[in-house]
Design a protein around this ligand. Structure first.
Ligand code: ADP
Length: 578
């Protein structure tokens, strides 16, 4: 289908046939290569979901909009196309909004399309069904927000939403479609001509030559250089150039959690197991698609070995990211692919490798820490603890490097991130920039739908609770997802007591001995109770081999785990004491 711009619309002859708003929305999405909608039907978008499916789109219906939104965001991250989440008005829209804000925070491209009540009634606050000024509410929580009132503007509305989501720093976009729009009709030929196929929605941004030279100068003079890869680098899909940069320079690198696997965690230059050492001791740090936010202690303080006068080179598509926490000596603004390729080209073939008196100690520290960890992983306590259970998960992921791994929780997140090696790019999806709980089943569904690969979701029992009902969705669409719930009877641990001595259990404690596996069985999937690493590994292997939706209730020692995992210091009470 060739599209003409709306300006040319007047030149299109009437076809005699009519098209409605529903079909224009569907055609506009399809024209832009969008073939999947994650959502939840209801007034006024029920027919849109039916018609989209009828027109060959994949429509994945969830049980709660937040999980549909999270699925859309994850799909956006994995595909570089905006993931679409479709919600009903007011409450449905609000349920989707958390995911939209989270997508924006994480720089994932997604579009939340929501039906809404009629403008005339909403604006006069006359009390419509699910009345809410959704556009105004969405605006501060996303990158851009648009409303379409007329059928002939649907093409423009979708084009603007796509471009906003994908160009520059990716993010979440809100598109408000009032109920009346869907039933509006216009001439079919004019309608088709009004649609826009977005050309080059994420244009390359070539870095300036002097900025490249400045970055190379700084890197060349470094005595203890470090490369830090963030999820922006994973999103950019510049895998070969990033590998060339790392290997040509010989510089140790650290992947942030969702950049794990960009190069295999077993790569000779990976410094993950010497993280504290390299952050503190490095003198020049090259950040590639990673922000110096709380996850990196804002680039300062003890973590970074202050006061050492560390210097930063930062590659980012957003110019205002520079100096957001500390001075950036060499900002390199542009898309990661272009920036990294420019650095590699500038290095040529005679670039000196990172000094051996730096890399030597880094890699021996790493090897020593890995040997210590191997001893811990080899232990087989009863009941299982996080380490012994994760030694099973680690072996399964190693045997299936193309499987997707979704991970959320507190201790379950922290231990999985450090124990389970990743081998391929964009295989790990997790709680991201906010450290949010509740992404689990939404991300898992998207991972299965988008990649067609087996999905392993390693879930804390608390984290799983946020999206647990979506196991029905997983069963309904027969998705090859193996959920492992690390069940230690509570948030963080299952051992808290009620300080008042009253009858209620402590706020962090759940029902003891809960059988989450039965939830999957309730919908026709496979449920397994695992109390040893061997049982866990066997059940995971069986799930991957069969492709059956599976939930493994992995029974973990209820005394295992620490308050808030690795971020205990963010609790106000703990912070006061330190
Ligand atoms: P992490 O949490 O892994 O450290 P962040 O989400 O903090 O990663 O950082 C990702 C960064 O990557 C953001 O600042 C974003 O602007 C940037 N980014 C995303 N996509 C691109 C791209 N294609 N080119 C350049 N920078 C990008």
């Amino acid at each position: 289908m060739t599209a003409t711009s709306p300006q040319e619309n007047h030149a299109v002859a009437d076809s005699g046939a009519q098209i409605d708003g529903f079909h224009l929305v569907i055609d506009a999405l399809k024209l832009n290569g969008i073939d999947t909608i994650f959502g939840l039907p209801g007034i006024p978008i029920t027919d849109l979901t039916r018609m989209a499916q009828g027109q060959g789109m994949r429509v994945i219906s969830f049980r709660h909009e937040q999980h549909a939104g999270n699925a859309a965001a994850a799909a956006g991250f994995l595909t570089q196309k905006p993931g679409i989440c479709l919600t009903v008005s007011a409450p449905g829209f609000l349920n989707g909004l958390t995911a939209l804000a989270n997508a924006t925070t994480n720089c994932f491209p997604m579009i939340l399309i929501s039906g809404s009540s009629e403008r005339e009634i909403v604006d006069l606050q006359q009390g419509d069904y699910e009345e809410m000024d959704q556009l105004a509410i969405a605006k501060p929580l996303c990158k851009a927000a648009f409303r379409v009132l007329h059928a002939e503007d649907i093409g423009v509305g979708i084009a603007r939403a796509i471009r906003s989501a994908l160009s520059g720093r990716p993010g979440g976009v809100y598109l408000d479609l009032p109920a009346k729009l869907f039933a509006q009709t216009m001439d079919a030929a004019k309608g088709a001509a009004s649609l826009i196929k977005v050309v080059d929605p994420a244009p390359r941004q070539i870095p300036a030559a002097d900025a490249v030279a400045r970055a190379l100068d700084l890197l060349k003079g470094a005595k203890r250089p470090l490369i830090l890869l963030g999820k922006g680098a994973a999103y950019a899909q510049a895998d070969a150039d990033i590998r060339a940069l790392v290997e040509t320079s010989g510089i140790p690198y650290l992947p942030m959690s969702m950049a794990k696997g960009l190069l295999p965690d077993t790569h000779a230059q990976c410094a993950s197991a010497a993280r504290s050492y390299v952050l503190a001791e490095s003198d020049v740090v090259l950040l590639i698609g990673a922000r110096l936010n709380w996850l990196l202690s804002h680039g300062k303080g003890k973590t970074w070995g202050a006061p050492t006068g560390k210097q930063f080179i930062q590659i980012d598509i957003s110019p205002t990211e520079m100096d957001s926490n500390v001075a950036i000596a060499a900002p390199l603004v542009g898309d990661i692919g272009s920036c990294v390729a420019a650095l590699v080209a500038g290095m040529g073939s005679h670039w000196p490798k990172a000094p051996a008196d730096w890399t030597g100690p880094v890699f021996s520290k790493r090897d020593a820490n890995q040997a210590k960890m191997a001893e811990t992983l080899a232990k087989n306590p009863s009941p299982m603890n996080f380490h012994s259970a994760l030694s099973a998960v680690r072996a399964v992921v190693k045997a299936h490097p193309d499987a997707m791994l979704v991970n959320e929780g507190a201790n379950t997140l922290d231990f999985t991130r450090s124990i389970v090696d990743m081998y391929q790019p964009r295989k790990r999806l997790d709680v991201g920039t906010w450290g949010i709980m509740g992404i689990g089943m939404g991300f898992a569904v998207a991972a299965a739908v988008v990649t067609g690969k087996p999905v392993i979701a390693i879930e804390g029992d608390s984290a799983f609770g946020f999206s647990g009902m979506e196991v029905e969705t997983i069963c309904r669409y027969h998705l090859p997802i193996c959920v492992v719930v690390f069940n230690n009877n509570g948030v963080y641990r299952g051992t808290d007591v009620n300080a008042s001595g009253g009858a209620d259990v402590a706020p962090t404690v759940f029902v003891k001995g809960a059988r989450y596996d039965k939830m999957m069985e309730a919908f026709g999937g496979v449920g397994v109770q695992a109390t040893t690493p061997a049982q866990l590994q066997e059940a995971m292997e069986a799930a991957i081999a069969s492709g059956q939706p599976t939930l493994i209730n992995a029974v973990i020692d209820e005394t295992a785990g620490t308050e808030s995992g690795r971020i205990t210091m963010l609790n106000p009470q703990t912070a006061k004491k330190t």
